[in-house]
Design a binder for this molecule. Structure first.
Ligand code: IPD
Length: 265
């Protein structure tokens, strides 16, 4: 039997709100790097870890049978068919430096499919959410993606992974894309970029090498805001390209990225 979506949504939104509040009010002035992951610039702070703990304890308290996949290590199989995919702090580098573009991203999967997503953006006082088939919302109000401009006037966001070799290729792709569009943004939180496509602040977003915790909630929100979302990588594999965009920009962007070899290192 499937879990009620209203229950999953309420839990996701409340967990994201609580973690956002912890991160906003609890950031130490002397915040430092607690550990590095895939490379020396792929960092974790004590606050990423504290936020993930808060989220898994909150959700586990309500739904003890569910599974977890968290950026900071939560990995539990679960027995209910529901799995929570969590980025407790998306945009860690921004947070470390005191820049405002960071978020908390929580998705619920039912039998492997993302059915609920919540993205909390504390420094904008914005909560985005979506339930599969029911649209996308910001602070409770429905949002939609933009109408497509000509490709040459598209505002396209991207992000860069933490591996040097991949960054070489990402820079080469961005260099080719820049003269063909209005401009490029690199905000530093994939979940925020996807929500910004959903609510009409960006025409498109792409990035290679995202993990499920980066795109699961935001991807559903973008899709429910009527954007097109493609190229989602499978669990654990971080080699594919995520593309989200308004219909009319998504397709030529995906074709161009293909032509530019954005799929390869
Ligand atoms: C990162 C952000 C960034 C993206 C990186 C991600 P993190 O997530 O989403 O925008 O470009 O690929 O790793 O590490 O801050 O949770």
């Amino acid at each position: 039997t499937e879990a009620p979506r209203t229950e999953l949504l309420a839990i996701a939104v409340e967990a994201a709100r609580r973690a956002g509040e912890l991160l906003r009010t609890g950031r130490p002035d002397d915040l430092g790097v607690a550990a590095t992951k895939s490379s020396p610039i792929d960092v974790v702070t004590e606050m990423d870890i504290a936020a993930e703990k808060l989220i898994t304890e909150f959700i586990g308290g309500h739904r003890p049978e569910d599974g977890f996949l968290g950026e900071e290590g939560a990995s539990v199989e679960g027995t209910s068919g529901v799995r929570w995919v969590i980025d407790p702090l998306d945009g860690t580098v921004n947070y470390l430096y005191g820049l405002p573009a960071w978020s908390v991203s929580i998705a619920a999967e039912q039998d492997g499919r993302v059915v609920v997503g919540a993205v909390e953006v504390p420094m904008r006082a914005e909560t985005f959410h979506a339930v599969e088939g029911e649209g996308a919302f910001r602070n409770g109000e429905r949002v939609r993606c933009r109408t497509a401009p000509p490709f040459s006037q598209a505002l396209v966001a991207t992000g860069f992974g933490y591996l040097t070799q991949r960054r070489d290729n990402q820079a080469a792709v961005a260099r080719q894309l820049l003269p063909r569009v209005r401009d490029i943004r690199r905000a530093g939180s994939a979940a925020i970029d996807l929500c910004d496509v959903a609510c009409g602040r960006l025409d498109a977003y792409y990035e290679r090498g995202l993990h499920p915790w980066d795109y699961s909630a935001g991807g559903l929100i973008a899709q429910e805001g009527r954007a097109l979302v493609g190229g989602r990588p499978g669990d654990g594999a971080s080699e594919e390209l995520t593309v989200a965009g308004v219909p009319g920009v998504f397709e030529p962007l995906q074709t161009l990225l293909d032509d530019l070899g954005a799929w390869h290192d």
